[in-house]
Write a protein that binds this ligand. Sequence first.
Ligand code: B12
Ligand code: SF4
Length: 573
Amino acid sequence: MARDKPLDLLLLHAPSVFDFREKSIFYGPISDVIPSSTVFEMYPLGFLTILSYLQAQGMRVRIVNLAVRMMKDRKFAVRDFLASVHPSAVGIDLHWLPHAHGALEVAKLVKEIHPDVPVIMGGLSSTYFHQELITYKQVDYVLRGDSTEIPLHQLLLALKNHEPLDKIPNLTWKQGGLPRVNPMTFLPPSLDYVDLRMDLMVEMVLRYRDLGSVVPFVGWLKNPITAVFTVKGCAHNCATCGSSITTCGHLTKRIAPTFRGPDSLVANIVAHSRLMRGPIFLVGDLLQAGTEHAEAVLQRLKVADVENQIVFEFFDLPTIDFLRRIDASVRNWSLELSPESHDQKVRGAQEGEAPYDNQQFEEAILEALRLRCTRIDVFFMIGMPQQTYQSVQDTAAYCERLFEISDRRLSCFISPMGPFLDPGSRIFEAPEQFGYRMFARSLEDHRRLLVEPSWERILSYETQWMTRAELVDATYDAAEKLNQSKLKHKRISTRRGQTVAQRIRDARQLRARLAAGQGEASLQGEISKFSESTVCDKRELFWARHMVNFKIFGMLEALGRYCFRRPKAPAAP
Ligand code: B12
Ligand code: SF4
């Protein structure tokens, strides 16, 4: 068998807490309204843009989702796996702060096993904490910014050719053991040079005979939702967000959002639709770029006429007219809306000023339901400024009102903001000013919090309106109310509703046992079941399944490209 080209970059995604399989930590419902679990096993979309870009430059890249492999196979030994691969460089994402523990532990293992292989970290949290991150022995390089494909390529070439590193933009590194911070000069003005190529995922599966390493989250093969990013940065200024306009101005130096061109965006949607039938999520509010831009996207979508469901999210409320335009252009569409609270005061404190009131919100919902919109998911959050326990319960009651005025296509979700405040968000930078008290500031503080025994103690903040204990109470009480409303209005089956209700009761009991000082060891193995599907059943997040989720013809095309272009490699361990 022909020997495969050497691996230029191995991209690793760590679990949130490295040894989660041995620990008994009661994480709570912190991941109930996202597809991944409390292990936060989803890797950044940026892994796929890095893969696409570097591969187009002739480099070989492999993505290994260690978190998924560890979840799927309790015996999967990370050390043995790492010893079996021989990449020229290793990249690890510390994009989301909840990976502060796992990402650093994986980096440590890589360094132990391959002391001469450079370890490169990247992502938004790496960017925020780059000065601290570079002081860890296991970290050689940190690439800052929200777009790293090109600087990463430059870095890999420079390392290969033993060239100087002082001109590589956005790089934090070490020279003679001392930290060096190169200026942050790379900020692409357009996003059309990168793509999210799913066919390369198929190729990776074939090349390494390894499906488990590529899937974005456990359960993805049954619910293959995919995403297309439309923007970097944001025009909004939500106080808790680590990617708001204020935060980006400091962190990534992006003072205004940059939008992906309509041609590139729709071409990417079409490419996804050739491979799979699942919904395609447009990450970011198209209207942020103005109606002309959004219209241009809709026109192209109309021509493309893909059969997949297209999921639109809006940060502001779309106008009635724009909803009608979507309906006229896309045959299968749904909406994600995040008013965060029903309470104008809270919404105003979170977003600077409340962008719309409940009446306008309801009008938009009713119009979407009058049209062909197949699904509306409405998200609310707990832990915002000015938000009291009572306000959270009133939000749950407001969900009941939404159920009353709508039909089964609409569902509501409520979840706590956590486990951490986003680094660099306006609240993170000035907690007292917003009425917050923080329990962690540095990367190391957050790393330590992650291994506390319960989510009440893992939460990195409390507010002058709710202590950590009250945030937990508010969550379970609101979740109970919402679950009852969902049952009453037939948003979920009786069985599902009863299971969620039981899980909430169990989680409360577990909390009481932990508070009573019962050793964590006595709870070994029990805890994970109290941390999932408590505030809602995770399956509510997913779309109706297809008989066959993937398209045979598209897969064969990818297979053909792989067979005729590439030599075969030995199977992955
Ligand atoms: C879409 C999105 C999601 C999607 C997932 C998308 C995904 N797989 O990446 C969903 C909804 C599932 C999600 C979940 C979560 N999210 Co989110 N998400 C976003 C959002 C809105 C857009 C991200 C995006 O489109 N990026 C574009 C892609 C192409 O770029 P990228 O992935 O960032 O990668 C580039 C760089 O970051 C960097 N990079 C990243 N990794 C690496 C690794 C290396 C080695 C290198 C060199 C570079 C590098 O280079 C990449 C290529 O240029 C941002 C906010 C925003 N407007 O940015 C929040 C955001 C990133 N999410 C955030 C959070 C907190 C979360 C959750 C922890 C929330 C929770 N408690 O559930 C979870 C974590 C999920 C998990 N890992 O399992 C925070 C992060 C704050 C922080 N610093 O920790 C953000 C900033 C804002 C927010 N509050 O939502 N999220
Ligand atoms: S939370 Fe607010 S600031 Fe952050 S990406 Fe969403 S709309 Fe923009």
